[in-house]
Design a protein around this ligand. Structure first.
Ligand SMILES: NC(=O)c1ccc[n+]([C@@H]2O[C@H](COP(=O)([O-])OP(=O)(O)OC[C@H]3O[C@@H](n4cnc5c(N)ncnc54)[C@H](O)[C@@H]3O)[C@@H](O)[C@H]2O)c1
Length: 330
């Protein structure tokens, strides 16, 4: 297949794209490349297009020939960033991606995958499934939910639309993010000998490794449209719903050291457990990676200079604030 991946130079994209290439797909990577172009590999089957999803022209996409599928990752992907300037997040995460879906549909692209987030469930008692009511609490979550509604309405027999609600992602990536829970815990443990935990530590959250969420996307690309068209899928696995304090213990086990806790923040009300059975039932997905593995790979990644824990790019909000201060139009 020829697959258009927007936001390809980001945290998930820079893991997903090599996986697609390994599986013999051609990839058109469309991105503003706010984190640079160096996160993607050199490969004869990879074409890079520096463009904005809000303004990319039809003929720019047509020049790459028939596109079979799109995975629309481009977004301002961070809760605090969403609150910084809500209209910007809505213009990209909601309207920009709806625009991409419309453009792709009119170009005869067969499949559209929207990477949304489990955070749209917000605070709920018990376990949520794809059928549960949603409770998006932040601008970021609201923009995702609006986009879900609009792109699902575009689905028809010739345009297969699938929405994926990813758990909070973790693990080492070339565009590293230390503003994600497990990654941030590992960094603080490495640098301070303590693990920072957001109060009160009892909140439940679902997690998925960045290689596993990429694998889930690959599996969905190979699934029959009749099984995935107009469908929502939670992306993760039932055994990776964790309470935050328990996560810290797993991080410490992964790196093989005792830990001390450093508490921060006000009590976090975003607490939810998610059921991932549907993904497993339809695609036979199982998670290959776990928290302990990720903590070790991140620890080693810092030690071997694969990632710099002090690189401002690894904290999404700080990086965008710098870009704006430097006069870059986001
Ligand atoms: N990381 C997570 O835990 C997580 C969880 C659930 C959902 N998601 C979703 O997955 C997607 C990717 O997240 P990520 O963590 O890789 O984020 P990221 O910030 O690392 O990557 C986003 C990419 O989009 C690009 N981009 C931003 N605005 C653009 C625009 N207007 N036009 C073209 N490109 C643009 C950026 O340059 C960046 O490379 C997002 O849609 C996010 O909402 C992420």
């Amino acid at each position: 297949m020829k697959i258009l991946v927007t936001g390809a130079g980001g945290y998930i994209g820079s893991t997903l794209v090599p996986l697609l290439l390994e599986n013999k797909h051609e990839v058109l990577a469309l991105d503003r490349f706010h984190f640079g172009r160096d996160k993607l590999p050199k490969n004869g089957k990879l074409y890079c297009l520096e463009a904005d999803i809000r303004s990319v022209k039809r003929n720019q996409l047509e020049s790459y020939g028939k596109i079979d599928a799109i995975i629309d990752l481009a977004a301002l992907s961070n809760d605090p960033l969403g609150e910084l300037e809500p209209s910007l997040t809505y213009s990209i995460n909601h309207l920009g991606r709806v625009r991409m879906a419309m453009l792709c549909k009119s170009l005869g692209v067969d499949r559209y995958i929207l990477p949304s987030s489990c955070s749209i469930y917000g605070f709920q008692e018990g376990e949520v499934t794809e059928e549960s009511a949603v409770n998006p609490l932040t601008v970021y979550a609201k923009a995702n939910y609006r986009c879900e509604q609009d792109v699902l309405a575009m689905a028809d027999e010739d345009f297969c639309v699938t929405v994926i609600r990813q758990a909070t992602v973790y693990g080492l990536s070339r565009r590293m993010r230390f503003d994600l829970a497990i990654n941030g815990m590992t960094k603080s443990f490495y640098q301070n000998g303590k693990i920072s935990i957001m109060r009160d530590g009892n909140q439940w959250r679902p997690f998925v490794h960045v290689k596993d969420t990429s694998k889930a996307m690959l599996l969905l690309l190979g699934a029959k449209p009749s099984k995935i068209n107009r469908e929502l899928f939670n992306i993760g696995s039932n055994d990776q719903n964790f309470q935050i304090y328990n996560l810290a213990e797993r991080v410490a086990i992964g790196v093989g050291l005792d830990f001390n806790v450093e508490w921060y923040g006000d009590p976090d009300h975003r607490s939810y457990k998610v059921d991932f059975s549907k993904l497993k039932r339809i695609t036979n997905f199982t998670a290959d990676w776990n928290v302990e593995y990720a903590a070790k790979e991140i620890w080693d990644g810092i030690e071997n200079n694969f990632v710099d824990p002090n690189d401002i790019q690894t904290i999404t909000l700080k990086w965008y604030e710098k870009l704006i201060k430097d006069g870059i139009t986001i």
